[in-house]
Ligand binder design. Structure first.
Ligand code: SAM
Length: 323
């Protein structure tokens, strides 16, 4: 799929090997976002339906860590959070004999997140106060993450991707220079950049979610050269000092987009490392970077979502002359 999108959208022929992550095909997921129905059932929705499939010891979610199934089974969401039962007639339609369609109910979502120590925290809309903070571990350090905030769902993914980003930055002399961690979350790749750049250099993290941006500043407090900026990449970019040596970007599924990629290429960094969860968005943005003079130097793909068709890519771009 990755190779096909690269060929179709960027005109690049490449053999792509998807690398497995440690841990096997089941029990890998440390985060789930499930629906809660009027009867108090918590679980994923059935295929093409609003029906909630309850998760419990008899019917575990096999890709989730068993502790998540156990926590779901015993979850006690206050009754006030449950949606109202669906209303409307259940009579059969006179004309077709089929029951009338019910208006789909927007069900509240329950998020369960498992921290590095194995404990599971649940949050739901209306839970008093901000979502609790959980501690995750990757790239040799702890990260504070909001229980309903972004963190790679696979137990091993944050660590594996951080190592892949570090490898993609290797070979570029970054000591004392500047690196950007765009779409930075709580600072996972800012940590990798800070290690490569050292105490004399500067790392700037850009993240639109206020809580995650604050947590990145707290997580990277031991790196004096780190500055966190809260805002959309598109808005923050023009305000940054354009002298940047390395850019790491890890946008959401829709990708950074051709305009952002053209801006980044225009700054002339030594290396751009793009972490992507959607091969089509990556391929489209690869074409934009190529138009800006950056060639795809290396590409690794990881099976960060076993038993699904999703993969995560780490792509390294360098000025085309050096490609
Ligand atoms: C795929 S996550 C990556 C987070 C982090 N790099 C990590 O690995 O934990 C994408 C992040 O981008 C943020 N985000 C989404 N759109 C954004 C935008 N336009 N500008 C800045 N950040 C954005 C999200 O809040 C989220 O934290």
């Amino acid at each position: 799929m990755v190779a096909e999108q690269l060929q179709r959208l960027a005109g690049i022929e490449r053999t792509v090997v998807v690398e497995p992550l440690p841990g096997g095909d089941v029990g890998w997921r440390s985060r789930v976002r499930w629906a809660l129905d009027a009867q108090g059932r918590v679980g994923p929705r059935a295929t093409r339906s609003h029906r909630v499939v309850p998760i419990n010891a008899l019917r575990p979610c096999l890709i989730a860590d068993p502790a998540i199934t156990a926590a779901t089974d015993t979850l006690d969401v206050p009754p006030g959070v449950h949606p109202a039962p669906p209303t409307g007639p259940r009579r059969r339609r006179r004309d077709s004999g089929r029951p009338p369609r019910r208006t789909p109910v927007a069900l509240p979502e329950v998020v369960l997140a498992q921290a590095a120590d194995g404990a599971v925290t649940a949050t739901w809309p209306g839970r008093p106060g901000a979502a609790p903070i959980v501690t995750e571990h990757a790239a040799g350090r702890d990260f504070a993450v909001a229980a309903d905030g972004f963190w790679q769902p696979h137990h091993a993914a944050a660590d594996v991707l951080a190592a892949a980003v570090a490898a993609a930055l290797a070979g570029v002399e970054l000591a004392g220079r500047t690196g950007w961690d765009l779409y930075g979350g709580v600072g996972l790749f800012a940590q990798v950049l800070a290690e490569a750049i050292g105490p004399e250099g500067t790392v700037i993290g850009v993240e639109s979610d206020e809580r995650a941006a604050d947590l990145a500043v707290a997580n990277l407090a031991d790196h004096p050269g780190f500055t966190g900026r809260c805002g959309e990449v598109e808005a923050v970019l023009p305000t940054l000092d354009p002298a940047v040596a390395a850019i790491v970007l890890d946008p959401p599924r829709s990708g950074a987009g051709p305009r952002v990629c053209a801006s980044l290429a225009g700054l002339g960094p030594d290396v751009i490392v793009y972490v992507a969860c959607d091969p089509a968005a990556l391929a489209r943005d690869t074409a934009a970077l190529a138009a800006g003079g950056y060639g795809l130097d290396s590409l690794r793909a990881f099976d960060t979502f076993p038993q699904t068709h999703h993969v995560e890519c780490v792509a390294r771009f360098v000025p085309a002359a050096a490609d």
